[in-house]
Design a protein around this ligand. Sequence first.
Ligand SMILES: NC(=O)c1ccc[n+]([C@@H]2O[C@H](COP(=O)([O-])OP(=O)(O)OC[C@H]3O[C@@H](n4cnc5c(N)ncnc54)[C@H](OP(=O)(O)O)[C@@H]3O)[C@@H](O)[C@H]2O)c1
Length: 277
Amino acid sequence: MTKGTAWIIGASSGLGLATAEAFAADGWLVVSGARSFGAQADATPAGGIHRLNLDVTDEESRLAFAEEAVRISPRVDALVYCAAVLVLGPCEQTSQGEYARVMQTNFLGMTDMVSLALPAMRNQHSGRIILFSSINGLLGIPFQSAYTASKHAVEGYAECLAMEVRAFGVQVSLVEPGDHRGGSQRTRLHGKAMRADSPYAGAYRSACAVIHRDETGGLSPIALGRKVLKNANRRRMRFRLRVAKPDQRLMTALHDVLPPALSFWILRDYYGKGGRA
Ligand SMILES: NC(=O)c1ccc[n+]([C@@H]2O[C@H](COP(=O)([O-])OP(=O)(O)OC[C@H]3O[C@@H](n4cnc5c(N)ncnc54)[C@H](OP(=O)(O)O)[C@@H]3O)[C@@H](O)[C@H]2O)c1
């Protein structure tokens, strides 16, 4: 007897994988999706996790995933959407194609996976939709405009969704991680136009060094997976699950109360120090 069926999207590495492992260890039937399972992909579960190939930017792939997942289990008790990519670069030198790629993975793929999961959830009159946002869904930092825009979109969408689906017994939650270790380098890309002669080169190098340092010294993905699971198992999920170190929590709170010029100064100073360390 399983606790329920969870679709976990973007579960080949990092926080998605840790979350899938936490759900499977807790007795959920996990159907996970990602592009890089390759030959590992199999409807036969390993460690309680079914691994299906899925490219969330491709409609055929999304439909094939949903069809196979429903064949494995007709129920969808939880949808956890972790898939994301990051393109680093200055706003001025980030192309429309790069913005589109990030939005397609982090936001548009997500909205379609929600639409694929909802009919089963409405029929069951129950379901939990857990969407990975970020501290960047709450504030901007230099050279992460595409990612930040996509996560702000996730935040706004989740509020609308929560109100619309409540009548069908479906709950929504946002996970807002600060820096965590273990993310895949495959999904962290530098903008194509960023070259050594860019007017932003110095500030960019500095910000990238800080971003890299903060991620490698970040929190444990295993602990985060357990927190997401704990929230999913609550009778009433918390709408916002913020999992971040105290300085990132503080900055998020200050961002909402300080005059923008002051909060921008703090963040610019922080990300500008990477070159000086
Ligand atoms: N790590 C952090 O510090 C941090 C902080 C804040 C928020 N987050 C959020 O937490 C989530 C996980 O992040 P992570 O750092 O653990 O990243 P990660 O290791 O890079 O994981 C990203 C996942 O997304 C999948 N993915 C990317 N493009 C996809 C596509 N087109 N179709 C299907 N799957 C795709 C990747 O799988 P394939 O490449 O195999 O497809 C991978 O499983 C993301 O939503 C991220 O924004 C992370």
